[in-house]
Write a protein that binds this ligand. Structure first.
Ligand code: PSU
Ligand code: MN
Length: 305
């Protein structure tokens, strides 16, 4: 993979640009989890952990965000921290990126916006916590832009499943409909974010090399869809089903009472479960982000080997 010309509104970090030019492994990192998913200052700690894990496993991290009318692919930690602290920062999915750039705003990028950015720069692997999907209750009409964009960007997305507040079977059905292959990493059960299992079976892959073979086979055919690789949360941080169900139900009740809607739903629920669990969900989230960053780096290395 060689670097490619990027549009004028895009800035590549120096180390990202030189790695891409030299064909060395790069891993894109999501920033909505930093700007909207985790409380300050644990969010910055999470960003550092992810970047460090990517470096420790032989790849260059590329935090993707919007700031000062530019789409940054490989923002440095100072810029990430300044966007995270900006009180007017937005959570941008792929449809919002153009308008935030045009208006001179700042934004953390969701999975949909990050896989778009990664593909634009020629980055083939991306690490996040959980992808968006089909919200429960079915019929609410809330389906994340992540799902369609995953079918349009040839990037391996390493995650610990879909966001814990979603309808997982319907999310996986949607990915099938739009042609996105989904795998479990060393597990036949799609991971359940804070829980190790979601209860839905997926094909299993057991090494970064195997993931790389599948990705090459698919992309060499000219298929543009990305791959979703579900990596279970590290065992010592996983949360028991009953505990999680209780916190989630309570959080959903208060979201309903407060009439939270649209893209505010996820940040609101995450904030509520963090409080209800006395911080356990935050710790679990950071642990899985770090573990996903590690696996993503290994896959990026394997893709180039
Ligand atoms: N999963 C989490 N925390 C998050 C997200 C997912 O545990 O903050 C973010 C990701 O950026 C994902 C986005 O792309 O939520 C999906 O949001 P929506 O449902 O509004 O599309
Ligand atoms: Mn949504």
């Amino acid at each position: 993979m060689m670097g490619r010309a990027v549009p004028a509104q895009v800035r590549l970090g120096d180390d990202v640009a030189s790695a891409l030019r030299a064909g060395r492994p790069v891993v894109a990192l999501e920033s909505a989890v930093i700007t909207h998913g985790l409380p300050h200052p644990r969010n910055l700690e999470a960003a550092e952990c992810m970047a460090e894990a990517v470096r420790a496993h032989g790849a260059i991290p590329a935090i993707c965000l919007v700031d000062e009318s530019l789409l940054w692919i490989g923002a440095d930690m100072d810029r990430a921290a300044s966007v995270a602290r900006n009180p007017t920062r937005e959570k941008a999915s792929v449809r919002d990126v153009g308008s935030v750039i045009a208006m001179g705003g700042a934004a953390g990028l969701t999975v949909s916006a990050t896989v778009f950015a990664a593909a634009l720069a020629g980055i083939q692997v991306f690490a996040t916590g959980g992808i968006g999907g089909v919200h429960a209750p079915f019929g609410s009409g809330d389906v994340s832009a992540d799902l369609l964009q995953l079918s349009r960007s040839p990037v391996v997305t390493v995650c610990s499943g879909a966001k814990s507040v979603l309808d997982i079977p319907r999310t996986l059905e949607f990915l099938e409909t739009v042609g996105v292959p989904v795998f479990g990493y060393r597990t036949p059960d799609f991971p359940g974010f804070y829980l190790s299992k979601s209860g839905v079976s997926v094909p299993m892959v057991s090494s970064p090399a195997e993931v790389a073979r599948v990705a090459h086979a698919q992309w060499d055919l000219g298929l543009v869809a990305g791959l979703v690789l579900g990596n279970p949360i590290p065992a010592q941080e996983r949360i028991a089903d009953e505990e999680w169900d209780a916190w989630l139900q309570e959080a959903q009740r208060s979201a309903q009472r407060a009439q939270i809607q649209g893209k505010a739903v996820t940040p609101y629920l995450l904030d509520r479960v963090a409080t209800l669990s006395a911080g356990r969900t935050v710790r679990a989230n950071i642990a899985l982000l770090e573990s996903n960053a590690t696996l993503a780096a290994e896959v990026a290395v394997a893709l180039i080997a």
